[in-house]
Design a protein around this ligand. Structure first.
Ligand code: NAD
Ligand code: MG
Length: 354
């Protein structure tokens, strides 16, 4: 039996994780949380909102699946890593914001960190624990989102509903907007850096519209291993929940004889500057990734609320990043302060509502 705590149980990842848990008698759901929706009776221990640390102490899970959205997922990530409890991580924002602190907690706790993000689950499987010095480069694929191929002018008037219709993945609203701006791939670039210990110049992002290849690793001997499959989050969720078993899922095997063309293209960094901004924040290090994430969360919320234009998301993040200090956080308190500083910087740059 594996005791599972599911944080963010009412979300897109959370619901798909419940489906996997139900299909496996050896997975026992011992605790579940949501941000605000009722979840009474879903698990023996449930909680709505707030810090999940006490709930996790009582639940004594073997595995924590963190499927909370945003910086709010940080406490669960740090709790699992510090306690040496296996962390299945969908909540990329916590690793982006707190990369160094999270890795230090993992070194102390000694537990497993299993990525749930599809590109990172794919990379993890291609790497199979091989050391970073055997790796030439990691390639993360991006669908390009609903606005692939458009120019900046063509994006001036897009509305939240346009941005919320993703071509290949069905996800929560925040990550769907991040996919439309390519901020999601920027967060994933930083996430990959911390997960796999590979420097930024050896992590490439490539546009691949059908999302069949999830990631590819080039090794120093000239070989490249890729991970393919239909875009369905139940595959990486199941992989993390049943690791190292690779259990069966309802997802059909890849059909090659039906005809399968794989297309790749460089991302358009002019039209989608958030990918470039994320790379720079990652390279600068310190609390710049935390600030990038915080400013982006504020800007996306403002866009979804109709307070900010689509192109304004990147402008807000760029302006906010230029105004923050970015020096490294020695502890959680300093990190939370850096997050708050960047949120305030982004808020102050939002258009005034009249
Ligand atoms: P979602 O919006 O559908 O669900 C988010 C969940 O978090 C909900 O259960 C919500 O109640 C909970 N939550 C929100 N705010 C909270 C708070 N302040 N405290 C505690 N809980 C809170 O989001 P999602 O699409 O399921 O994404 C979850 C995470 O997984 C994100 O970090 C996202 O980037 C990542 N991810 C999602 C997908 C996907 O296909 N949906 C793919 C890869 C990675
Ligand atoms: Mg992803």
């Amino acid at each position: 039996m594996k005791r599972v705590a599911l944080l963010g149980a009412t979300g897109s990842i959370g619901k798909q994780a419940l489906e996997i848990v139900e299909a496996h008698p050896e997975l026992e759901l011992v605790a579940a949380t949501s941000g605000s929706q009722p979840i009474d009776g879903l698990a023996p221990l449930t909680q709505i909102g707030g810090d999940p640390a006490q709930l996790l102490e009582r639940a004594e899970p073997d595995l924590v699946l963190n499927a909370v959205v945003g910086f709010a997922g940080l406490s669960a990530t740090l709790w699992a890593l510090e306690h040496g409890v296996t962390l299945a991580l969908a909540n990329k924002e916590s690793l982006v914001a707190a990369g160094e602190l999270a890795l230090a907690a993992q070194r102390r706790g000694g537990g497993l960190l299993l990525p749930v993000d599809s590109e990172h689950s794919a990379t993890f499987q291609c790497l199979e624990g091989r050391p970073p010095d055997t790796v030439d480069s990691i390639v993360l694929t991006a669908s390009g989102g609903p606005f692939r191929g458009r120019t900046r002018d063509e994006l001036a008037d897009v509305q939240p509903l346009d941005a919320l219709s993703h071509p290949t993945w069905n996800m929560g609203p925040k990550i769907t907007i991040d996919s439309a701006t390519l901020a999601n791939k920027g967060l994933e670039l930083i996430e990959a850096h911390f997960l796999f210990g590979v420097p930024y110049e050896r992590i490439e992002v490539i546009v691949h519209p059908t999302s069949i290849v999830h990631a590819l690793v080039r090794f120093r001997d000239g070989a490249a291993l890729a991970h393919l499959g239909y875009p369905d989050m139940r595959v990486p969720i199941s992989y993390a929940l049943t690791y190292p078993e690779r259990s069966a899922t309802p997802v059909r095997p890849l059909d090659l004889a039906a005809g399968l063309t794989l297309e790749f293209a460089a991302p358009d960094l002019e039209t989608f500057p958030l990918l470039r901004l994320a790379r720079r924040a990652g390279e600068l290090g310190g609390t710049y990734p935390c600030a990038f994430n915080a400013a982006n969360e504020v800007a996306v919320a403002a866009f979804l609320a109709g307070r900010l234009s689509f192109l304004g998301i990147a402008d807000t993040v760029e302006d906010a990043l230029a105004g923050v200090d970015g020096s490294p956080a020695g502890d959680l308190e300093e990190l939370v302060a850096a997050d708050a500083e960047a949120r305030a910087a982004a808020e102050s740059r939002l258009p005034v509502v009249t």
